[in-house]
Design a binder for this molecule. Sequence first.
Ligand code: FBP
Length: 249
Amino acid sequence: MINLKKITKKGKALFLAYDQGLEHGPSDFNDKNVDPNYIIEIAKKGGYTGVVFQKGIAEKYKSEIKKSKVSLILKLNGKTNLVKGDPISRQLCTVKEAIKLGAGAVGYTIYIGSKHESIMFKEFENIQREARKKGLPVIAWIYPRGKSIKSKSSRELMAYAARTGLEIGADIIKIKYNGKIADLKWAVKNAGKTRVIIAGGVKKNERELLRQVREIVDAGAIGLAIGRNIWQNKKPLEITKKIKKVIWG
Ligand code: FBP
């Protein structure tokens, strides 16, 4: 089994996700959170077990990330949201480069159901093999997307995403929660020994967010990789503290 100690605490995880500048564009940002240093500061002061960046930010802010002592999770692929149709996210960085940048884990997004999924599976295969050799954990963001998935239920898709992660050799999979705890429990079961974390999604009110975190923990997921709900919050450290209390007690 791969060692997840660098990116977990007592077996649980809280990652601060900040790849939205590429995935969504600057529309997610304001004057404060547009600055990667603001995110590094939250990750450090908030005691996050990892911070997710693309290669460019990891390079330009290398010394600040190192100083923060927060584990770097390097996203190895990405895309903008400007292209429409079945999504494909291609590799933008190698495992070797990630290690050079000090990464404690690497991440890769696969859009299952997209007509391009086989290309992403192929890239993931190479990344997973390379990461295994170096003892680096691999986190797969698995999002069902594309024309072909329209008729499938969210329960079926969530469990399929989780199971895919186990089948392809991910150490952790990041999936989206449909809001039904019974469905998430089933997805976690399908992931077997692969750990499950949940994406934050669009910013919601505090009560709703904390209720979801409670359910995520109760369903057996090990935590979250969350972005907008933290750095779009006016008091990111306060909300972080509340989330941590639910995860770690
Ligand atoms: P959020 O907590 O902000 O949703 O971030 C989680 C995340 O998985 C990011 O890593 C990624 O950029 C984004 O969500 C993908 O969102 P989308 O569903 O729009 O593709």
